[in-house]
Design a protein around this ligand. Structure first.
Ligand SMILES: [Zn+2]
Length: 458
């Protein structure tokens, strides 16, 4: 029995940056010509700006393409039920029809052809191999399987690398814990808030040192990339060597990036999805390595490919070589927050991930928190509620609050009202944590929950 390779597709994952650019150019030319021929929406958009497919000679011309936004897709679907006229294939060629969760509106359908499924299974296999999963793994897939895209697509990717896949799905935490223990699960995939929840429960039961876990994969939320985010998890899961940040956006694909075992940022599948980082104000590319808004152009999918799709995520890209040998660029800090969630507190800009980092840097806290921002009398007021691992005495709590207070002042330039709660006191959003409630924008707790469900990824 041959071993699973350390790099699933060496040709695609280790080519020189020049070779990559020429492959992207070739695929972009073909994809633009394809959508212009097959999709009435793309043809209309390109005609409107006087663009012909021949105008796109290579990846350097990508900015000539107009952006496509989620609202346009929704409108396209409403006006051309059920699929929408952004879709490039007839129903007969669609072999899988997942959709977005659509908690606050009609779900967006995501028609996939047989070829799309094969392409993304290979891309997911690449991602799992990067994370270090192979045929020696028992892999528990703690993701939703019904309706949405993620669970089933990732299940197929893990099977492709030869892992023993457990179709756990979401929920039933007691059974998840039983399976991890009884089946000798070596790796699982879950949302970061859920895996912290699991870790805290194992800690309450006496720890997880006896488990066989060696890799944990999490995606779909801000906060898994970077060493600070991983520090607390390392304590909760001491046997685990790899905590991999992965991610994507359902409308485009599943794992568009995945961290390798060196854990210095998720490698982007750039040969399949061209990734731009643009200034949120001007729409122009930011300087290399600077923070901006992520824009994806899928140059491989055939059913409903997204070209210049604005993801609304803030990040920065690093294309420096990685010790693993992959030449694909990385997202060293993962996602820093949503472009429209950038917090402005008393005129200072703060990324939502900064709050995550503060909370995760205190070992007395379990990582769950809620930040409420309000402006009762023309002045921004923040309330930061966090859960402690153990019940603290009065002196311990005072000391912790004062240390958190110092850190908050350092990061935000202003202070917050700090409340320490006990484990389990905050609502635990198993799906995707939406931890910041901005009452200045009229957000309520229920809005935040709805929005969190609507935006769930993967
Ligand atoms: Zn690497």
């Amino acid at each position: 029995m041959s071993e699973t390779p350390k790099i699933w597709n060496p040709k695609a994952e280790t080519m020189s940056r020049d070779e990559l650019k020429s492959l992207q150019s070739e695929r972009l030319r073909e994809q633009v010509a394809y959508v212009y021929e097959k999709s009435p929406l793309y043809r209309r958009k390109y005609d409107e700006v006087g663009l012909e497919p021949g105008d796109i000679k290579g990846v350097e011309d990508i900015s000539k393409l107009p952006f496509i936004a989620k609202d346009e897709l929704r409108q396209s679907q409403e006006e051309n039920k059920p699929f929408g006229d952004h879709v490039c294939v007839p129903q007969e060629e669609v072999t899988w029809l997942p959709s977005t969760s659509g908690t606050t509106g009609t779900p967006l359908l995501l028609p996939r052809t047989a070829e799309d499924i094969e392409i993304w299974t290979e891309l997911n296999a690449r991602a799992y191999t990067a994370v270090g999963i192979d045929r020696t793994d028992i892999y528990q897939n703690i993701l939703t399987y019904n309706w949405i895209y993620g669970g089933l697509a990732l299940h197929a990717g893990a099977q492709r690398v030869g892992a023993t896949v457990v179709n756990a799905g979401m929920g039933n935490t007691e059974k998840q814990m039983w399976a991890i223990e009884y089946m000798g699960t070596t790796s699982f995939h879950a949302t970061p808030s859920y895996l912290a929840h699991l870790g805290n429960l194992f800690a309450q039961k006496g720890g997880s040192e006896h488990l066989k876990l060696r890799s944990i994969i999490a995606g779909g939320e801000v906060g898994m990339a970077g060493e600070e985010a991983k520090a607390r998890l390392r304590e909760l899961f001491p046997t685990v060597k790899t905590f991999a940040d992965v991610g994507g956006v359902t409308d485009v694909g599943t794992m568009i990036w995945a961290e390798c075992t060196h854990m210095n940022g998720g490698h982007l599948a750039e040969d399949a999805v061209i990734c731009e980082v643009l200034d949120t104000e001007t729409g122009e590319p930011v300087a290399p390595g600077e923070v901006g808004e992520l824009v994806f152009t899928d140059v491989v999918s055939k059913g409903a490919p997204m070209l210049r799709y604005k993801v609304n995520d803030l990040t920065r890209i690093d294309d420096a070589p990685c010790a693993c040998g992959r030449t694909l660029a990385r997202l060293p800090e993962g996602i820093l927050g949503r472009a429209d969630d950038m917090l402005t507190i008393r005129a200072a800009n703060v990324y939502p991930s900064a709050v995550d980092e503060i909370v995760k840097s205190f070992e007395e806290l379990n990582g769950q928190y809620q930040l409420v921002i309000d402006r009762p009398q023309d002045l921004d007021v923040m309330t930061l509620r966090m859960e402690s691992v153990d019940r603290l005495d009065e002196a311990g709590e005072r000391d912790l609050i004062s240390r958190i207070d110092n850190k908050v002042k350092l990061v935000f330039g202003s202070r917050a009202d700090i409340e320490i709660l006990e484990t389990g006191d905050l609502p635990n959003f198993v799906y995707k944590a939406k931890r910041i409630i901005d009452k200045r924008k009229g957000e309520t707790e229920q809005d935040a929950i709805d929005k969190a469900l609507e935006q769930q990824r993967g």
